[in-house]
Design a protein around this ligand. Structure first.
Ligand code: ADP
Ligand code: GN1
Ligand code: MG
Length: 364
C-alpha cells in the first residue's frame, strides 16, 4: 500500500496546506517526495522516508543533523544578507516533539524546507561551476571546524574505510550469493591489483599525520544546490556528516565534478576526468581551506579522487555481488554498469595523476 503522504505531512508543524506530492530527485538512498502547498507565500517541502537498512540508528542520525544545521544557522545569522531558508537545510519539527516520526510500519520520516529556485547538476560542464562546488565544500568544512563537543555520531561505521570496504568485498566474492562472480574476473582483478595502495589514507591517520575533522562524506555534485546564477547555496544530504579525513570529501567531489560523463555511463569511451574541471574544483576548494590544511593533507589531495572512485567501484560491485540490496537500481545490471564506469574513471585519473599533483602543489 502506498504511504499516505498527506497524513504524514500533517504530522509535522509545517505551515501551509498540502496540495500534492511527487517523487523527487535522483538520490540513491532515501525515498524523497516534493510536497507543494496551496498557498503561494508558504514554503514547499521535501518529505523523506529514511532508509533504515542503511541508517541503523535514526535518533543518532537525526541528532547529528539537528546539531550540524543549528551550528551552520548560527554562522549564517552573523552574515548580513544571508538567506537562512536557502543556505542551510531546515528540518521541520514533528508534532511528537522530535525531528522525525515513525509510521505504523516502523518507517522513519522527516520533513525539510524545499530550497526554492535551486539548480542541481549530475554532470558538471564548466570550470566556473566546478570552482563554485569546491568553494562550497571548503566553506562547509570550515563552518563545522568549531563544532562544540561531543563528537558527532558515526552514522555509518567505516563508511570510507578502504580496508573494511575491501574486506567486505572479498567476503562477497567468496560468498557469491547470487552467482555473479564468474563473470566478473576483469573487475575483480582490477580491484586486486590496486588494493594495497588504497589503504594509505587510513595509515596516515593511524600515524597521526592527518587529523580527523568533520567532513560531509557524500559530496557528490548533486548534493550541492546552486542558485539561479550558479552560485553555491547549500550542501544537502547531511546523513553522513561525521568525523573523517578531508580526502573523502575532496575525492568524492572530484569523482563527480570532474567526470565529463554520468556516474553510470554505459559507453565507457565517453568517460574521462577533465583536468581543467579538476583544477577549477581544486582552486575553489583550496581558496577556503589553504590556511587550515596541514602539508601532509595537501600532499595527498591529488590521490584522494583515485582512492574514493576506486572505493566507489568496490562498493557498487559488492552490492552487485550481494544481489543489489543497498543502492536503488533502475535495471538488473545497473550496479555492474556503475562499477565499470567507476573503473574507467579510475584509469583516467591514473593517466592524469602527475598533472593533478602539479596543480595541487602549485595552488596549495
Ligand atoms: P539521498 O540520500 O537519497 O541522495 P538526498 O537527501 O540527497 O537523498 O535527497 C534526494 C534529492 O532530493 C536531492 O538530490 C535533491 O534533489 C532533493 N532535495 C533534498 N533535500 C532538498 C531540499 N532541502 N530542498 C530541495 N531539494 C532537496
Ligand atoms: C549514495 O545518497 P546519495 O545518492 O547522494 C551514497 C554515496 C555514494 C553515492 C553514489 C549514504 O549517495 O556514498 O557515493 O550514492 N550514500 C550513502 O552515487 O551510501
Ligand atoms: Mg543525495
Amino acid at each position: 500500500m502506498k504511504p499516505d503522504l498527506r497524513e504524514l505531512f500533517g504530522s509535522f508543524l509545517a505551515e501551509g496546506s498540502f496540495e500534492k506530492a511527487v517523487t523527487f530527485g535522483s538520490g540513491h538512498i532515501h525515498d524523497t517526495y516534493l510536497i507543494t502547498t496551496r498557498e503561494k507565500e508558504k514554503d514547499d517541502y521535501i518529505l523523506q522516508r529514511l532508509n533504515s537498512n542503511i541508517f541503523r540508528r535514526i535518533p543518532e542520525l537525526q541528532e547529528n543533523i539537528e546539531r550540524v544545521t543549528n551550528h551552520i544557522r548560527g554562522k549564517l545569522l552573523n552574515i548580513p544578507g544571508a538567506d537562512l531558508k536557502r543556505e542551510c537545510v531546515n528540518m521541520i519539527p514533528a508534532r511528537n516533539g522530535k525531528s522525525w516520526i515513525t509510521d505504523e510500519k516502523g518507517n522513519s520520516w522527516r520533513l525539510l524546507v524545499f530550497i526554492t529556485n535551486h539548480r542541481s547538476y549530475d554532470i558538471v560542464d564548466s570550470s566556473a561551476l566546478a570552482y563554485e562546488g569546491g568553494r562550497a565544500v571548503g566553506r562547509f568544512q570550515a563552518m563545522l571546524a568549531d563544532m562544540p563537543e561531543p563528537p558527532l555520531h558515526e552514522t555509518i561505521p567505516d563508511f570510507h574505510n578502504a580496508e573494511k570496504r575491501l574486506e567486505w568485498f572479498w567476503n562477497a566474492v567468496a560468498l557469491d550469493k547470487v552467482m555473479r562472480a564468474a563473470k566478473l574476473k576483469r573487475e575483480i582483478e582490477f580491484i586486486r591489483e590496486r588494493a594495497e595502495k588504497m589503504t594509505i589514507i587510513r595509515r596516515l591517520g593511524r600515524e597521526g599525520r592527518i587529523p580527523l575533522r568533520i567532513t560531509h562524506n557524500d559530496t557528490k555534485f548533486n548534493n550541492i544546490l546552486l542558485d539561479e546564477n550558479d552560485r553555491a547555496l547549500c550542501i544537502i544530504d547531511l546523513d553522513t556528516v561525521m568525523p573523517g579525513y578531508v580526502h573523502y570529501d575532496f575525492g568524492d567531489a572530484i569523482r563527480t565534478a570532474a567526470n565529463v560523463a554520468a556516474e553510470d555511463e554505459q559507453d565507457l569511451s565517453r568517460i574521462r576526468m577533465d583536468i581543467s574541471l579538476f583544477k577549477a574544483y581544486a582552486e575553489g576548494y583550496l581558496s577556503e581551506t589553504r590556511d587550515t590544511l596541514n602539508p601532509v593533507e595537501k600532499e595527498y589531495l591529488a590521490f584522494a579522487p583515485i582512492l574514493i572512485t576506486f572505493v566507489q567501484a568496490v562498493r557498487f560491485l559488492t552490492d552487485y555481488l550481494d544481489g543489489d540490496n543497498y543502492y536503488k537500481i533502475h535495471h538488473e545490471h545497473h550496479n555492474l554498469q556503475r562499477t565499470r564506469a567507476q573503473i574507467r574513471l579510475v584509469e583516467s585519473m591514473e593517466e592524469h595523476y602527475v598533472r593533478m599533483q602539479e596543480i595541487i602543489s602549485r595552488s596549495a
